[in-house]
Design a protein around this ligand. Structure first.
Ligand code: PAF
Length: 285
């Protein structure tokens, strides 16, 4: 196994290390995570290694992006296992701030993202994207990377972060990385471990339904009837409630009635007590 990544728990020590790398002319890539790492995160690290000389992975389960009835307290945490995985993947540093470091007494600033945060998960998780935008802004300011990578599975999150970085003139390039999937199509997610075996068997239907819709949209079909059919198929498979199933423009996230340029079919649905999200690209034929 490769060496464990350097661990940082203070902003000053982290910045000193990044400054040393930067003086040596090295390009710094940040992979922000909440830990509970899986192959999808390791694919982000592999991507990061191809983009720069130094890879910093942050692990922080951010309380401000969870609603009061969400899974903050039970979100899986195993830093040592995460660090071992990061060593194997070749990350250089792990940024492991505490809640007190991120939100010291008196912390009172929130970033309120614009229209990209409206609708979809923004409707069902009030305050979620403000929490994400605030913590990601802090992580980018703390690390000061040249590039930061985010998975496309959280497609709305990716667009929210792009809009915040653009609007606030933050000197960093945001890159989306395609979703890694199990052989049966289920998108990798730290929350998949909540699924009971019977639910795990049903879960790939989400990707199958989205892919079927994407194929038909690509040939010019209208979105509305496909959405109704898709919700019915998901419910018949055992999902419920289906919070949303929509077609959105891939750049602006505006609703799309018929696909003329790149779009995404995007959904969130409960399977038992687990909320799954996924999205599939639609490229008009
Ligand atoms: O996608 C995640 O893991 C989180 O939302 C992020 C971007 C690390 C912010 O806490």
């Amino acid at each position: 196994m490769s060496d464990l990544p350097l661990r940082f728990q203070s902003v000053d020590a982290l910045r000193a290390q990044v400054a040393t790398w930067r003086r040596a002319g090295e390009r710094i890539v940040l992979v922000p995570t909440m830990g509970a790492l899986h192959a999808g995160h390791l694919a982000l690290v592999a991507h990061a290694r191809a983009m720069g000389q130094r890879v910093v992975v942050s692990i922080f389960v951010n309380p401000t992006q969870f609603g009061p009835n969400e899974d903050f307290s039970r979100y899986p945490r195993d830093t040592e296992a995460d660090l071992a995985l990061l060593a194997g993947a070749g990350a250089d540093a792990a940024w492991l701030p505490s809640v007190e470091t991120m939100y010291p007494a008196g912390f009172s600033t929130r970033i309120e993202p614009g229209p990209a945060a409206e609708g979809l998960c923004g409707t069902f998780r009030p305050g979620h994207f403000s929490g994400v935008a605030t913590v990601v802004t802090k992580l980018l300011n703390q690390v000061g990377p040249d590039v930061a990578l985010f998975g496309e599975k959280d497609f709305q999150q990716l667009q929210v972060i792009r809009s915040v970085v653009r609007d606030l003139d933050m000197p960093v390039t945001i890159e989306g990385v395609p979703t890694l999937r199990e052989a049966d199509g289920l998108a990798l997610s730290s929350r998949n471990r909540y699924l009971a075996p019977a639910e795990r068997a049903i879960a790939p239907r989400l990707h199958a339904v989205l892919s079927g819709i994407a194929e038909r949209l690509a040939t010019g079909a209208k979105a509305a009837p496909l959405m109704a059919e898709g919700v019915a198929s998901l419910e018949a498979a055992g999902f419920g409630p289906v919070q949303y199933l929509e077609v959105r423009d891939a750049d602006t996230l505006a609703p799309v009635a018929q696909v003329e340029r790149e779009a995404r079919v995007i959904a969130a649905a409960y399977l038992g007590g687990t909320r799954l999200i996924d999205n599939v690209a639609v490229l008009p034929g």
